[in-house]
Design a protein around this ligand. Sequence first.
Ligand SMILES: [Zn+2]
Length: 345
Amino acid sequence: TGRNLRWPDWASLTLGVFVCQACSLLHRSIPHISRVKSVQDTWEDSEVELMAAMGNGAAKAKYEQKVPPFYYRPTHTDCKLLREQWIRAKYERNEFEFIEKQEPYSAGYREGFLWKRGRDNGQFLSRKFVLSEREGALKYFNKQDARDPKAVMKIETLNATFQPAKIGNPCGLQITYLKDNSTRNIFVYHSDAKETVDWFNAIRAARFHYLQVAFPGASDEEVRKMHFDPTRFKKRWFTMDDRRLMYFKDPLDAYARGEVFIGSKENSYTVLAGLPPTTQGYHWNHGITIVTPDRKFLFACETEAEQRDWIAAFQRVINRPMRPQEYAGCYLECWTGADRKADRN
Ligand SMILES: [Zn+2]
């Protein structure tokens, strides 16, 4: 029952939400929006009332009421820039309360300059990019007044991921696309964090809208799920400690590369044998899909026996109701549906 880093031990008095330590640090960086206080501190009655008046559930209903289905919601393992921009988009720019503020990434057209890494010398040069849903492509131009684009990347094959370490810039984006049936990459960034995240979400929006047209019967939720499958499988060593599924590059590594919180079926967690049929590069026979309230996690085992054992282990955890102290996920990025208030009562 020990605390962990995700325990919502901090409160934003201005916003009325409880957050974990990692998120409290991000909140501190926008003090004009969020004033953070430890729950361990002495609290005035008025402050307690303030928190009771809002709370995580009500704040989510207010600040996240219109998050577009394609919009990327960061998790705690995402880079700081992406997490900070999520918090700013939500509380500083109120982008998810007012649809007109989503125009930079939802209008279906976007153009601007990005720094692009040269293929040969690795130097970054400013290039004009044009994303057009109508034309079904992202293009870039070597010269500002050039008529012919240097590259045309079809939206149907387009994907963008944040790769700050690989690109050596906190705003580094890797854009992948198919050309002549092979995967190509380009590496770009914008010096402004918001601009970078807007480009990232504009690309996601274009791909989302493309899939909506390609699969007219599918619901938003189904499109979102078939979506930006970053399905490049990597071999990882997994351990499960109570509800925490952790993975390591090597069994002896000191630090997990990531972890997945596994809640209970009452909180909409499910484990399924197999992978979604839309998984790109689908040739994995012993797949496992863990469905969480926020997203799906895809795994593949080498043998059927391993698949069976892991599914049984996940099922046991999912069947077990959560204890109050397990509602520890920080609301901001890994919402588990409960308020800190609930565990005080
Ligand atoms: Zn958090």
